[in-house]
Design a protein around this ligand. Structure first.
Ligand SMILES: Cc1cc2nc3c(=O)[nH]c(=O)nc-3n(C[C@H](O)[C@H](O)[C@H](O)COP(=O)(O)OP(=O)(O)OC[C@H]3O[C@@H](n4cnc5c(N)ncnc54)[C@H](O)[C@@H]3O)c2cc1C
Length: 421
């Protein structure tokens, strides 16, 4: 593992991503050949960062399926366009750096400022979500919970003042109730997990803000690609295919790093595992993703915004995202709006139940398009997860199955790993 203390320069490059441990096996940086398992965003961006820097290192990318991107996939039909999973990136300079390095600046833009509002649907009533909502739960409770949040190994429910808001948030991010989610994993800055910055965090944030290439994002905004997240995957694959030192292998059936090392004649320390491992099916939740598109007239009563989170388990839907409101590029034909619907498998939501529910909570009108566009499995990160990470591995581990849920995390991690070379 890398030295625990980072320089100010590191903090400015990576911010609180540095609170997450980098799970690097010994001697990784002396490898002359690397085997990267998994061609999701993590495996692809690690390969891209190392291959760009070290043309002398051979890189084999080993993927179980016949496609790249893993969780990421963009669905389209005619002028309708929607990401099945990741639809946008939260601001982080590492993500912006990758977009710039891949020459994707023209296809990448900030979310629509008119679509910032998020709502919670509780007891059939919509409430706007904000820190004020949390404060309404009681300032003393908020203060107490934030103070207790630094004790460690707690669930998000334990550190957050309102369990309802915490549930809505964790359901929206990891499809799981807040009592079952590790606070150190989801919000390491709040719980003060890992290393502390050498100067005040607020100063570091200001310094980071000056390092964004392309454009400096507004507070609370997200950013996306005009052609959906698949744009990023396609650009990474295209670049990797131009490198002579990188080879892709698809339809690989691998279960252990030892097996990879033997088959590809590398020491185990040259294996970078960016796929699930040591996880049973019980350590995942899953959800179905639908799109529903309407003529503007049918949804004129639905306010423009980011979307609505629905913690109530009796409702088949946990979230409705206003895709065509949020993104700066069109996601629907003219005079239409597109919504993405999350239906957790734990709520046993059939297609019919989702359709009926939309009529009750979004609009009585029939959608002009309604489709299930995918199902995704999401790793569970139970309380204590970060504190109990096994950091003494002979091989390197990366990606969201292991160390962090957001794409900004995955991209920052790739740069941190490549820095070692
Ligand atoms: C519905 C949903 C919405 C999301 N929205 C956002 C968002 O808006 N913003 C955000 O920042 N993040 C979001 N995320 C999280 C984001 O998708 C992940 O952080 C990121 O895509 C993870 O990339 P990865 O490469 O680590 O994993 P994956 O994308 O899962 O890739 C893993 C790869 O490994 C392969 N593989 C698996 N097992 C093996 C094996 N044994 N051998 C070889 N290959 C194997 C898989 O086929 C896959 O290609 C969302 C996730 C979901 C499910």
């Amino acid at each position: 593992m890398r030295d625990a203390l980072y320089s100010l320069e590191d903090w400015v490059r990576f911010g609180d991503e540095l609170r997450r441990p980098l799970l690097v096996g010994p001697n990784l940086s002396t490898s002359t050949k690397l085997c990267i398992v998994g061609a999701g965003l993590s495996g692809l961006s690690i390969a891209y960062r190392i291959a760009s820097k070290r043309p002398d290192v051979e890189i084999e990318i080993l993927e179980r399926t016949d496609r790249c991107g893993g969780t990421i996939e963009t669905w389209s039909e005619g002028e309708w366009l929607c990401d099945v999973a990741v639809n946008a990136a939260r601001p982080h300079p590492a993500f912006w750096r990758l977009v710039e390095d891949l020459g994707l600046g023209d296809a990448f833009a900030e979310s629509n400022p008119q679509a910032k509002k998020r709502w919670l649907l509780i007891n059939k009533k919509k409430t706007q979500l904000s820190w004020i909502t949390a404060l309404k739960m009681g300032p003393i409770r908020l203060f107490r919970s934030l103070r207790s949040s630094t004790v460690g190994k707690k669930s998000v429910a334990q550190v957050f003042p309102s369990e309802t808001i915490a549930d809505a948030m964790t359901l929206g991010i990891v499809n799981e109730r807040s009592a079952n989610v590790d606070a150190d994993f989801l919000m390491p800055s709040l719980t003060k997990f890992g290393d502390e910055p050498p100067i005040k965090w607020s100063k570091i944030k200001k310094m980071m803000a000056e390092t964004y290439p392309l454009f400096q994002p507004r507070k609370g905004s997200v950013a996306s690609f005009s052609g959906g997240m698949q744009t990023l995957v396609d650009a990474l694959v295209q670049q990797l295919n131009t490198f002579e030192n990188v080879k892709f292998h698809f339809n690989q059936d691998l279960s252990k790093p030892e097996e990879v090392a033997t088959e590809h004649h590398v020491p185990i320390s040259s294996v970078i595992w960016c796929a699930p491992r040591d996880r049973t099916n019980q350590e995942f939740t899953s959800l179905d993703v639908y799109v529903a598109g309407y003529h503007n007239n049918a949804v004129s009563e639905v306010r423009r915004g980011y979307g609505t989170l629905i913690p109530d388990e009796d409702i088949p839907i946990s979230g409705i995202l206003h895709e065509s409101d949020v993104h700066p590029s069109p996601r629907a034909p003219a005079n239409h709006r597109l919504f993405r619907i999350m239906a957790p498998s734990s709520r046993s939501s059939s297609e019919e139940a989702v359709r009926t529910c939309l009529k009750q909570i979004l609009t009585h009108s029939e959608p002009v398009i309604f489709q299930k566009i995918g199902t995704r499995k999401i790793p569970i990160y139970a309380p204590g997860y970060m504190s109990n990470l096994d950091i003494n591995k002979e091989f390197t581990r990366a990606g969201w199955f292991f160390s962090g849920v957001s794409v900004t995390h995955v991209i920052a991690e790739a740069e941190r790993i490549a820095d070692l070379f």
